[in-house]
Design a protein around this ligand. Sequence first.
Ligand code: PMP
Length: 285
Amino acid sequence: MSFKVWINGKLFDKANATVSVYDHGLLYGDGVFEGIRSYGGRVFRMKEHLDRLWYSAKAILLEIPYGKEELAASIEETLKVNGIEDGYIRVVVTRGAGSLGLDPNHCSDPMVIVITDAISLYPDKLYEEGLEIITVSTIRNHPAALSPRIKSLNYLNNILAKIEGLKAGCIEALMLNHKGEVTECTGDNIFLVRDGRLLTPPVDAGILEGVTRGAVLELAEAAGIPVREVPLTRHDVYIADECFLTGTAAEVIPVVKVDSRPIGDGLPGPITRDLIERFHKLTRE
Ligand code: PMP
């Protein structure tokens, strides 16, 4: 079956869902996006994702030509026409078609795109056994140059890190910031557990404020697990009892080895497993 794609208020067959080669989203990565999940026909944390989309757009002076309720309705509509209950939603807002120069004033209307598709999941084995990751030499974008809080269409920083990780045989890669502090992985936030406490880098370390990260922080708090958002170094990772990653696609996934060092006893830890279960309940019930 060919999925329909929503573009600026109209549904197109996937094959005909196209944008101009003059679109500044393509020419310059000038635009913003969201990756969202639906579980059992319900969009997970729609409000948080749309808020982040609007903040990203605001930061790059891009006005989204719809209201949040309108876009939410379009997402629901697109899921429905495609018959998707458990799936992945990609919302993209580009600057629109312009001239070949950088000036966004020469762009026509922004293109607002909603793609819904099946979700490609990591194999179950990785959730049971945990991931091995490495720290890569590509540092996260300097927040004073381009804030990692903006979920922009220019993902080269993350892609370069991903390539380094893949070449080393790892599907995720840990990125440091310009100060050598831990930030996040290429498409996931990172958490550590030490002495029963949950630790994660603060937003000003230069990370995307993950929606899944936010959900896990809430779950931990509700479970009585103390949480600290603190600057972390690679050393903190190496001596952690547990480590896991969070993201819309990955959900909560254990990490058992970093830079060849086993984390804790080299198996997914009890707090990680507990939070995986709690996240599962939150999304499926
Ligand atoms: N960091 C980066 C760089 C990401 O791209 C993502 C996922 N899009 C995340 C973290 C996780 O964010 P979320 O939980 O909102 O998917």
